[in-house]
Design a protein around this ligand. Structure first.
Ligand code: PMP
Length: 446
């Protein structure tokens, strides 16, 4: 099939959930992707927000998958399989804070599924059904997890996506997030007394059922929301205290943050978060669909160890768990967490230089290789530069750089940078050069 024919057949037979990009990708080598006509692209997306973490053709990854395929691909979820045992054990060894060596893991295939499991567990365990999340959050696109997203498309009903027509899950609410660049309380950090964190307590007392909140869920660094994060660990300390005071489980969604990308194994490590439940997915399988709901061991009562309370037929299969194990092995052997911190510094220095040069950039932020530049039309009014951000993404694509925006979320004006952690220094510099040039062009009205 040539490009034209592939696009035509795609239009005829494939149902897309997001607007399709007319690029037919056929190969990946490290951080480089190739299309059907041989054009090369530098992957600053990690394909779907950081999924590809060690590179798709990493020899150890490919060899390990082949070996597992030769042995065993799938088992019914009730049977015990060795890769699943090893992966759950490894995740327990790597878990943050008090969860270390004290957690049990349920495996599914995607982040939305893993969050569904966390919600189901929290509701059954606490015998409550209300859940609180924050503005700008993204936790999935199933009916329940979509109701946790504090994003414009969900409220919609504007004829373009119709999602606003679907009623939100009962008892799911949002409160302001720690978005200092656009503080909901008009405050400035430090000196703001973390009103955003304290708003959780106000909401529990006044907005939700006082004894009915099962869980609070949050991403340490918002992925789809545009890499927004709290200014310090103090935010999470306050949140933890409020959760403890009201008997609420703290669910930390690291589907995008986790597995080394932010310069520590978990973003929770940097903010010293003590989760009750930790969610990971995306990068865990380096593109093979696996996600994990890690639950603090002492919370897992017999009801859950023995009972029939959850099943996803494909979750935790030996091939998928082998992908997780191999990915984690590569990350440890090649010290990719340390590399993420180093690469992140190199990229942040470049972005800071661009911030000085390009008035279009309102703020650069993020941690490790999880960075963003928020574009504004005017630094004083902070009016989101949505069209300009789209132009930057489009022009970058034309020049062979794949870069994501915070897709129609908040404002759609944030450029997000998330290459595989195995990207070479010179590739990284090349991508940053392209971004710099494209920003100059867009500012010049070209
Ligand atoms: N949580 C977060 C933080 C995410 O970024 C995503 C995906 N963007 C999800 C959950 C949902 O994951 P999936 O698309 O694999 O269902």
């Amino acid at each position: 099939m040539n490009k034209q024919e592939t696009l035509e057949r795609d239009t005829k037979y494939v149902l897309h959930g997001l607007a399709p990009v007319p690029v037919v990708l056929t190969e990946a080598h490290g951080a480089i992707m190739k299309d059907i006509e041989g054009k090369e692209y530098l992957d600053f997306q990690g394909q779907t927000s950081g999924v590809v973490v060690v590179g798709q053709d990493h020899p150890k990854f490919v060899k390990g998958l082949h070996e597992q395929i030769d042995k065993l691909i799938h088992t019914q979820t009730g049977f015990v399989n060795i890769p699943r045992v090893l992966l759950a054990e490894k995740l327990a060894q790597l878990a943050p804070g008090k969860m270390r060596n004290n957690c049990k893991t349920y495996f599914a295939c995607g982040g939305s599924e893993a969050n569904e499991i966390a919600l189901r567990f929290a509701m059954l365990r606490q015998k409550r059904y209300e859940v609180i999340s924050v503005y700008g959050a993204y936790h999935g696109r199933t009916l329940a997890t979509a109701s946790l997203c504090g994003q414009s498309w969900r409220k919609g009903g504007n004829g373009t996506n119709g999602e606003g027509l679907i009623p939100p899950y009962p008892g799911f609410h949002q409160i302001p997030s720690p978005y200092c660049y656009r503080c909901y309380f008009g405050q400035t950090y430090p000196g703001c007394h973390f009103e955003c964190a304290h708003s959780l307590e106000h909401f529990i007392q006044l907005g939700a059922g006082l004894d009915n909140v099962a869980a609070f869920i949050i991403e340490p660094i918002q992925g789809n929301g545009g890499h927004v994060h709290a200014p310090s660990k103090e935010y999470f300390k306050i949140i933890r205290e409020i959760c403890d005071k009201y008997g609420i489980l703290l669910i930390i969604d690291e589907v995008q943050n986790g597995i080394g990308r932010t310069g520590t194994f978990w973003a929770s490590d940097q903010f010293e978060i003590e989760p009750d439940i930790l969610i990971t997915g995306k990068a865990l399988g380096n593109g093979i669909p696996i996600s994990a709901t890690m639950i603090r061991g002492d919370l897992v009562t017999e009801q859950f160890s023995k009972g029939e309370w959850a099943i996803f037929s494909l979750g935790g299969g030996p091939l998928l768990c082998a992908a997780g194990l191999i990915t984690l092995d590569i990350i440890q052997e090649e010290k990719l967490v340390e590399r993420a911190a180093k690469l992140g510094k190199r990229m942040m220095d470049r972005l800071k230089t661009m911030e000085k040069k390009h008035l279009l950039i309102g703020e650069v932020r993020g941690k490790g290789v999880f960075l963003a530049a928020e574009l504004v039309k005017d630094r004083k009014t902070k009016e989101p530069a949505v069209e300009e951000a789209q132009m930057v993404a489009k022009k970058s694509l034309d020049r062979g750089l794949l870069i994501n925006l915070n897709y129609r979320v908040g404002h759609g004006n944030v450029l997000k940078v998330k290459p595989p952690l195995t990207i070479r220094d010179e590739q990284l510099d090349k991508g940053m050069d392209i971004l710099d040039e494209v920003l100059t062009e867009v500012e010049g009205g070209n």
